[in-house]
Write a new protein. Structure first.
Length: 163
């Protein structure tokens, strides 16, 4: 019986995948946008967390008129726009419009700007057995402080939005 090919260069856990990533460059213009939006931080009550065996699902709600700057992603993961319409700026500075239902894949190093046209429900999925949100964030998000006035290190990495 032939042996199955393996890809030893591919990490097989979220932690290994995250550890294999370089430090991605930051964007001064996006940091400036975060500072501009900082008086109205993204409401964490609009985020829910679901844990199933081997999978963490994050569901975020945002509302028409919101502008959201995402964190810098260290890992590759799928995402789904389940509801709504938004304009999204990719890492090349290009804008595209997404309408639900829409499936996408986040690549390592991604940081998005999302302008919500119609209320959205955005889901992200991460293959992990971990259930501690701080540990998951440490695995999938690059630490970065865009210089928000709050002085809270975690706020510097938090999603920002405006109503």
């Amino acid at each position: 019986m032939p042996e199955l090919a393996t890809h030893s260069e591919q990490p097989n856990t979220l932690a290994a995948h995250a550890a294999a990533q370089p430090v991605f460059p930051t964007n001064d213009r996006l940091d400036e946008l975060c500072r501009f939006l900082s008086p109205t931080p993204f409401v964490q009550e609009n985020v829910t967390h679901t844990f199933t065996p081997g999978l963490y699902t994050r569901t975020a709600l945002a509302f028409a008129g919101d502008v959201v700057v995402s964190k810098i992603h260290k890992t590759e993961n799928p995402w789904v726009l389940l509801k709504g319409v938004a304009k999204v700026r990719n890492d090349q500075g290009e804008w595209f419009r997404v309408e639900a239902p829409h499936f996408g894949v986040t690549k390592p190093g991604t940081q998005r700007v999302i302008v919500v046209e119609e209320d959205i429900t955005w889901l992200t999925f991460h293959a992990t057995e971990e259930t501690d949100l701080d540990k998951i964030e440490a695995l999938v998000i690059q630490p970065h402080d865009p210089g928000l006035p709050s002085g809270d290190g975690r706020a510097g990495a938090a999603l920002q939005g405006a109503h």
